[in-house]
Design a protein around this ligand. Structure first.
Ligand code: SF4
Length: 343
């Protein structure tokens, strides 16, 4: 599997052919400003160079090939073919005011086996390369869509893939995607080494921790990773992240009827997040209504509206910042936790 990004390879080709320094800028202009999708069509370059690029990197600028697209009013889900005959998915969400947000994949499948998650049923096929991660966004960019914000919440656990950090470097490079760090969100089930590295290397990138239960034994049942990285250790790492970055940390909590949506759960969530220190106000809970899907290892049901209200009220009374996240896209299985290989 190729692990050097195409941007590095292009630099290498230019230097091998002793090309003038401005060539790199010309190619990046062609890709990012003129949105040219094939190397052959970058006609500002000499023919031999276009041929060399196409021969080394393939004819298309993007390494992920769209094979299927499902679109509803605000959501578009694209299935991409990647090397090795595999498939991954990315989702584009369009908000009312035209803001476009993307949910992209970092792994093909996932090996962590969370009980509520469709992707987990596939098992881990492989990590995506930095090109395969960033090309999901490049695809949308080349097709004329603005890249306003991006979440790493598609298939896979972002912090389990070391190429994620190369992808972040590419996405935030002002000569390439030029995305602001604060427009990027990494979601994790709590991989401590990855959280520490993100804190050190990309402190301004948003971090979301998937909690889903405040009780260690129940969380271990729901998310086996909890046995390796228990809740309290993760929360200590998140405290460090907040102290180091001064940034909010989001706590994602999927509400599952009769499982984790009781008042006791809400009180325990509040107890976990309070009394941590002056920075605790920077914890923000996002409650996520569950999307039922047929392929999760265990079947859960969405909480009823009354329980959701009580849960919110309990958190608020106990001084916790909370938002119920609006879900859209469940009609085309594009909501979080439903990305699944459909072919
Ligand atoms: S929730 Fe995330 S980490 Fe858990 S199985 Fe699904 S993709 Fe993997």
């Amino acid at each position: 599997m190729k692990t050097t990004s195409k941007y590095e390879t292009i630099g290498q080709i230019l230097s091998d052919f002793k090309q003038p320094a401005y060539r790199y800028g010309q190619i990046m202009d062609a890709i990012f400003k003129q949105k040219i999708t094939e190397y052959e069509r970058i006609t500002i370059l000499p023919k031999f160079l276009r041929e060399e690029l196409a021969q080394t990197l393939g004819p298309h600028v993007s390494s992920v090939i769209p094979v299927k697209e499902l679109t509803s009013q605000q959501v578009s889900k694209v299935l991409f073919a990647i090397g090795g005959g595999e498939r991954v998915e990315a989702v584009r969400l369009t908000y009312e005011r035209g803001w476009k947000s993307y949910c992209i994949s970092t792994q093909c499948g996932c090996g962590f086996g969370c009980r509520f998650c469709a992707t987990g049923t596939i098992g881990l096929k492989r990590n995506l390369t930095a090109d395969e991660i960033t090309d999901q966004l490049l695809h949308f960019h080349l097709n004329g869509h603005a890249l306003d914000s991006v979440s790493f919440m598609g298939m896979g656990e972002a912090l389990a893939n070391p190429y994620l950090f190369d992808a972040l470097t590419i996405l935030t490079n002002p000569h390439l995607f030029g995305l602001g760090h604060r427009r990027i969100t990494i979601s994790t089930i709590g991989l401590l080494p990855g959280i520490d590295r993100l804190t050190r290397e990309f402190p301004q990138v948003n971090l979301t921790f998937s909690l889903h239960s405040p009780f260690d034994d129940q969380r271990s049942e729901l998310m086996p990773i909890n046995k390796r990285f228990p809740l309290r250790d993760v929360l200590n790492a998140l405290d460090c992240h907040i102290r180091h970055t001064g940034r909010k940390v989001y706590i994602a909590y999927i509400l599952l009827r009769g499982f984790n949506d009781s008042i006791e759960h809400a009180k325990a969530v509040a107890a976990l997040l309070r009394g941590r220190g002056a920075w605790e106000r920077l914890y923000h809970v996002n409650l996520i209504p569950y999307n039922s899907t047929e392929v999760t290892p265990q079947s859960y049901l969405p909480s009823d509206p009354e329980s959701i209200k009580t849960f919110v009220r309990t958190l608020k009374i106990n001084g916790v910042n909370v938002t119920v996240r609006t879900q859209f896209g469940s009609d085309i299985n594009a909501a979080c936790g439903q990305l699944y290989r459909t072919e």
